[in-house]
Design a protein around this ligand. Structure first.
Ligand code: ATP
Ligand code: MG
Length: 515
């Protein structure tokens, strides 16, 4: 009898240890940033797994006898037979207001040497996106400060607008300019110069880029005074694929915290092509089967669950929003490759940048025909809507006619007028980098164009005339610009004053050649 009891006791003891032991596993194989772990039975997908020496990994493949864990650092010190433990936590990152002005990695750890970050909360990097009920439609603009975009492809708060184009076509510049524009507006609002403006905080996520590039972007943001409203999340090309893969989700979590506080956020993913490559690398080492263009089959889901998290929440949910500007790089302008088509179908429109235009000196090199914004016009202010209504069509017609006009010299009056107008709009939309234009000046310029005030200026002098007019208006017509800024509409009174101001300027304008 006592024998049986003893046997039972020892059996229970061994069962107990095996139950607790199930949270501890052993490395069976390691290499290429992936560890195969045996003996873990109680583990969740996306759970953090702790390795010796404080290294963490992410459980991504749950198989019958082993777990595939992707390492979030170099696994050089890990060897076969090492013990690992589950942590019972899905991956979380610190979030909060202290994140502003900081540069962090995919785990939310500071990279800028500016000391510790005081977190207001820990947020999971993966989260279910808000449902339909929790959302409201887009109706407040994001002023990008880029005239061609604000006039023709407007972006609203909560929208997802793709920036797409070949290498070196100015994709990053558009995103950086938009961030600078937000900082300028936030500052103006704080100084009481911009009425009813809700600030937008920005998150710039750099995925798989060169360190020197990211450093340059941060420097640009610093110089423009934009870092105080911005968080940079970066995982450079030299970092493990797993961390590059995580970076956009981390950025999203940081943004979600602001959104949950009822704030507005803008997030840039630069870029999702490199993100897909990092994910492909991870999947290949995990031996997942590859699909189209050798990307794993769930790459569409990867980006859709990321971009779905951008939203404009209903007032009941606090009314916060997260606007996303994902960037995708195309090869030789091919928008029908796998990743570009995926992301185009997930977003609410795209800003397509063309290499040809870029080299013709038309910068930003926005293709009018291929760029659209599906929801943004609902958010455009009255003023800009009034003066930009036909610009997109005018420009598109201009591009079409331009091809013919090269050959023939006798053009009828109407064609000539379209060409003249188009050439001037092209000039007006050229814009230097890092110099966003405030709404009231954009409206004034477009108003002047629509009312023919640039028609008698030679095309090559249009830019000069525009810049001098902007300066005249912002220094000499401060009060009028203030009214336009507050009203955000061209009332009869403002229209009349604008007319006098522009005529006043034109009467005294001398072009560089003195005409
Ligand atoms: P990559 O594919 O390397 O990421 P990208 O498409 O992000 O490139 P940018 O880095 O934004 O392109 O810009 C490429 C170059 O063009 C930079 O040297 C930038 O200074 C210049 N550039 C971009 N936009 C303008 C502009 N509006 N005016 C003048 N120069 C510009
Ligand atoms: Mg870039």
């Amino acid at each position: 009898m006592s024998n049986i009891l003893q046997e039972l006791e020892s059996e229970i003891a061994s069962l107990k240890t095996s139950v607790t032991k199930s949270n501890v596993g052993v490395v069976r194989e390691i290499g290429d940033g992936v560890a195969k772990i045996e003996g873990l039975s109680d583990v969740m997908l996306n759970e953090m797994i702790e390795f010796p020496g404080g290294l963490y990994g992410l459980a991504l493949n749950l198989e019958e006898t082993e777990v595939g864990v992707v390492l979030m650092g170099s696994g050089l010190n890990i060897k076969e037979g090492d013990e690992v433990r589950t942590t019972g936590r899905l991956l979380q990152v610190p979030v909060g207001r202290d994140m502003l002005g900081r540069t962090v990695d995919a785990l939310g750890a500071p990279l800028d040497g500016k000391g510790e970050i005081k977190a207001d909360a820990q947020y999971p990097v993966e989260k279910i996106a808000p449902g339909i009920i929790a959302r409201q439609s887009v109706s407040v603009p994001v002023q990008t400060g880029i005239q061609a975009i604000d006039a023709m492809i407007p972006v609203g708060r909560g929208q997802r607008e793709l920036i797409i184009g070949d290498r070196q076509t100015g994709k990053t510049t558009i995103a950086v300019d938009t961030i600078i524009s937000q900082a300028n507006q936030n500052r103006a609002a704080a100084e009481g110069k911009l009425k009813d403006h809700k600030p937008i905080y920005c998150i710039y996520v750099a995925i798989g880029q060169k360190l020197s590039n990211v450093a340059r972007i941060i420097q640009t943001l610093e110089n423009a005074g934009a870092m105080e409203y911005t968080t940079v999340v970066t995982e450079a090309a030299s970092e493990p694929a797993c961390k590059q893969y995580l970076a956009p989700y981390t950025g999203c979590a940081i943004g979600e915290w602001f959104m949950d506080q009822g704030e507005d956020v803008l997030i840039v993913f630069d870029d999702l092509s490199k993100h897909a490559v990092a994910y492909r690398e991870m999947s290949l080492v995990l031996r997942r089967p590859s699909g189209r263009e050798a990307y794993p089959g769930d790459v569409f889901y990867l980006h859709s669950r990321l971009l779905e998290r951008s939203a404009r929440l209903s007032e009941k949910e606090g009314g916060g929003s997260m606007t996303a500007l994902p960037i995708v790089e195309t090869q030789a302008g091919d928008v029908s490759a796998y990743i570009p088509t995926n992301v185009i179908s997930i977003t609410d429109g795209q800003i397509f940048l063309e290499t040809d235009l870029f080299y013709q000196g038309i910068r930003p090199a926005i293709s009018v025909g291929l760029s659209v914004s599906r929801v943004g016009s609902a958010a455009q202010t009255k003023a800009i809507k009034k003066v930009s209504g036909t610009t997109k069509l005018d420009l598109a017609q201009y591009r079409e006619l331009q091809a013919f006009a090269q050959f023939g010299s006798d053009l009828d009056e109407k064609t000539k007028a379209t060409l003249d107008r188009g050439a001037r709009i092209v000039e007006l939309f050229k814009q230097n980098q890092y110099s966003p234009i405030p709404l009231e000046l954009q409206v004034s310029t477009l108003w002047a164009m629509q009312n023919g005030h640039f028609d008698d200026v030679a095309v090559e002098h249009v830019k000069d005339c525009q810049l001098k007019m902007e300066e005249f208006l912002s220094t000499r017509k401060d009060e009028l610009m203030g009214k336009l800024r507050d009203e955000k509409a061209i009332t009869d009174e403002i229209g009349a004053e604008l007319k006098t101001a522009v005529e006043d300027f034109k009467n005294n304008y001398k072009s560089p050649t003195g005409e």
